[in-house]
Ligand binder design. Structure first.
Ligand code: HEM
Length: 390
């Protein structure tokens, strides 16, 4: 069977890292016919591509490809267009009252966990990670959170489309779902909220020199990239903490260092893509201008040439040069927000609910670009017989 399609088999989806290691050992840089792309599995090669915007483009028009207008955003442009929209957003990210919002969010998380603690068990993905991530990202944007039962399936369909290179049937539904998302976010600029990122950007966009469609698409990307990456981070990290003996206790010692390790250990963004625009040698192979390149960040995070004992979850690992937030010109704008969010949710679990544990194996979604859970049944209650001591 094809080694990339193989990654979606349920037994491998649960833990793809040994399969990545086999790919890396067989050939660290290889051409994959079905993807029509080079595949990179080493940390050094992925880092080289992410930080070389001259030879590896995010804007596929530089390789002669057509990019439809609804897709032009901060994620798909390169300098100089990228610089202007990135600065507009960056300025808005910096201007937000992170501390005030964080305190409010922490109260909401504490209340939600207290309510969930009354139940025998609950699905940590659908009842904690997804609502908290959506609430956090929409509050940051300055808009009310949409209904979960509308937003979550639509957003998942967009994510499924990221793997359309392997499963072409995922493409069309993703295009329709993206159109729904665009319609939902379409009025934000014309009728902006009073506070939050949208308010900040709407006020400054007319003088920024950035095309209005690009601003609109980029705000939509903040919602989608932020929600999907953050909810998956909360799910993956909780699964690692609750299925590794002693990890929840160890998390309390240094939450910021621990969050970095949880991202390295089981990152939400497992793959990233660029297109080569000038012939380059990587891992003994010549990548030609026009060739697509797929960066398996998940494999890079378990590269023994970069990380000592990569299969071990070491919550005190420093330094931790993971690529989970990307690197270079397109590095994640929400990284510090995501670290704070994960610190709040996982910190509240570790501090207030030390009896938290899995009652079933986490179940993974069949996605390869973004890695995340479908369900994870958890209890916060003490084990029977231990109640008397609490
Ligand atoms: C908390 C909310 C988050 C927001 C608002 C957010 C927003 C963004 C935005 C706007 C970009 C595009 C930057 C650009 O292209 O110049 C980006 C890139 C990225 N984000 Fe985030 N993000 C969030 C959380 C996360 C999390 C939790 C992860 C994974 C741990 C993550 C991983 C990435 C990666 C890998 C990229 C680089 C993509 C590339 O190189 O093409 N993000 N993020």
């Amino acid at each position: 069977m094809d080694p990339i399609l193989d990654l979606a088999r349920p037994s491998i989806l649960r833990n793809p890292y040994p399969a990545y290691a086999r790919l890396r050992e067989a050939s660290p840089v290889f051409w994959h016919e079905l993807l029509g792309s080079w595949v990179l599995t080493r940390h050094a090669d992925c880092l080289a591509v992410l930080t070389d915007g001259h030879r590896f483009a995010s804007d596929w028009r530089r390789a002669g490809e057509d990019v439809p207008a609804p897709l032009l955003s901060v994620q798909t442009l390169d300098p100089p267009e990228h610089t202007a929209v990135r600065h507009l957003l960056l300025d808005g990210f910096r201007a937000q009252d992170h501390r005030g919002r964080q305190e409010e969010l922490e109260r909401e998380i504490a209340d939600l966990l207290a309510a969930l603690a009354d139940r025998p068990s609950f699905d940590l993905v659908g009842e904690l990670a997804e609502p908290v991530a959506l609430r956090s990202v929409t509050a940051f944007l300055g808009v009310p959170a949409p209904a979960l039962d509308w937003f979550v399936p639509m957003s998942r369909t967009v994510v499924d489309g990221m793997d359309a290179g392997l499963w072409p049937e995922k493409h069309e539904p993703a295009v329709s779902a993206r159109a729904q998302l665009a319609e939902y976010a379409g009025g934000w600029l014309a009728d902006p909220p009073k506070e939050g990122l949208i308010a900040h950007v709407a006020e400054r966009a007319p003088d920024s020199g950035v095309a209005e469609t690009v601003v609109r698409n980029s705000l939509r990307a903040v919602l989608h990239a932020g929600y999907e990456s953050a909810s998956r981070l909360l799910g993956n990290a909780s699964a690692a903490l609750l299925t590794t003996p002693g990890a929840l206790d160890a998390f309390r010692a240094d939450p910021a260092t621990a969050v970095d390790e949880l991202i390295r250990y089981d990152a939400p963004v497992q793959a990233d893509a660029r297109v080569c625009v000038a012939d380059t040698e990587l891992g003994g192979v010549t990548i030609r201008a026009g060739d697509p390149v797929t960066l398996l960040l998940g494999a890079a995070h378990h590269d023994p040439l970069r990380f000592d004992q990569p299969a071990e979850l070491r919550l005190d690992r420093t330094p931790n040069p993971h690529l989970g937030f990307g690197r270079g010109a397109h590095a994640c704008l929400g990284a510090s927000m995501a670290i704070r969010l994960a610190g709040s949710v996982l910190g509240a679990l570790a501090r207030d609910h030390p009896d938290a544990r899995a009652v079933a194996e986490p179940i993974h979604r069949r996605n390869l670009t973004l890695r995340g859970l479908d369900r994870f049944e958890v209890t916060l209650r003490p084990r029977v017989g231990e109640e008397a001591r609490t």
